[in-house]
Ligand binder design. Structure first.
Ligand SMILES: O=P(O)(O)OC[C@H]1O[C@H](O[C@H]2O[C@H](CO)[C@@H](O)[C@H](O)[C@H]2O)[C@H](O)[C@@H](O)[C@@H]1O
Length: 256
């Protein structure tokens, strides 16, 4: 059923649909590089992105190159990409580029050190990112997850002063940059001159963006958890239904 919020949003002059990737468009999986959005989500965002005065952006914690890969973005895609929680952007031609941040030499050093500190914990692995690292525990047992948490707490207090720590689904992320998805959505909103935004996400990091939405925007929380969003859906499949409803309503509005 179309919520009044979605119906209202479909009628805004310039719409930005900004979407988290993992857990929102793509169901969570054990191996991050295997992650893909559901076919229904793909169809809905392609329909939205093809409409006039309608922009679609993916706003992810993933590094940009990785986001391009898992979102299967075609080189000529109209979809805007924000990676590393908004420290990296890739906008289609016609948009002024948003300046990307440059990583310091500390990141590779700290990532190697944390890998050494966690070595030998089965199921625990470290994902390298341009501005930091992510420790994954999805495949670890409870003991190893707890031990990894203790090692990380100690490592962070000794070596990561000033870095931003974030939680997520079976991950702990540490980044030397403090950018959040609130800043990413602000920059994208300005880039496309949006008059209203839909932002959807499933995670703690998405709450930065959800909490910063304007009164005429719509926030969608996917799954459980405390949220600032006004709409909640159960999972990525329900999220795809919301996007299909928005695409239908926007198509009707644009052709009226
Ligand atoms: O901001 P997002 O697009 O939601 O990215 C958040 C993190 O997503 C990835 O990890 C999550 O998805 C994996 C694949 O489904 C899953 O294995 C993991 O447990 C999840 O936390 C990605 O690996 C991280 O770098 C992103 O920060």
């Amino acid at each position: 059923m179309l919520t009044p919020e979605i119906e209202r949003l479909a009628q805004t002059p310039k719409l930005l649909v900004a979407l988290d990737f993992d857990g929102t468009l793509a169901p969570l999986v054990d191996v991050p590089s295997d992650s893909r959005m559901t076919p229904a989500a793909r169809e809905a965002i392609d329909r939205l992105a093809a409409l006039p005065q309608t922009h679609v952006a993916l706003v992810s914690g993933r590094m940009l190159g990785d986001l391009r890969l898992v979102s299967e973005a075609a080189p000529d895609s109209a979809i805007l990409l924000a990676g590393s929680h908004g420290a990296e952007f890739d906008l289609p031609p016609g948009h002024a580029p948003i300046v990307a941040r440059v990583p310091s030499g500390q990141v590779a050093v700290r990532t190697r050190e944390v890998e050494t500190a966690l070595a030998g914990l089965d199921g625990v692995w470290v994902e390298h990112k341009p501005f930091g690292f992510v420790v994954h525990t999805r495949l670890a047992n409870e003991d190893n997850t707890e031990l990894a948490g203790e090692i990380l707490d100690r490592f962070a207090s000794e070596h990561l002063a000033g870095w931003r720590a974030r939680g997520g689904h079976d991950v702990s992320e540490f980044s030397e940059r403090a950018e959040g998805k609130d800043g990413a959505v602000r920059a994208l909103r300005a880039a496309v001159h949006a008059t209203a935004v839909l932002f959807a996400g499933d995670d703690e990091t998405d709450e930065d963006a959800l909490a910063a939405l304007a009164p005429n925007d719509v926030g969608v929380r996917v799954g459980s958890g405390v949220t600032s969003a006004s709409v909640r859906v159960a999972d990525a499949h329900e999220m795809a239904e919301v996007l299909a409803q928005l695409a239908d309503a926007r198509t009707n509005f644009r052709s009226a």
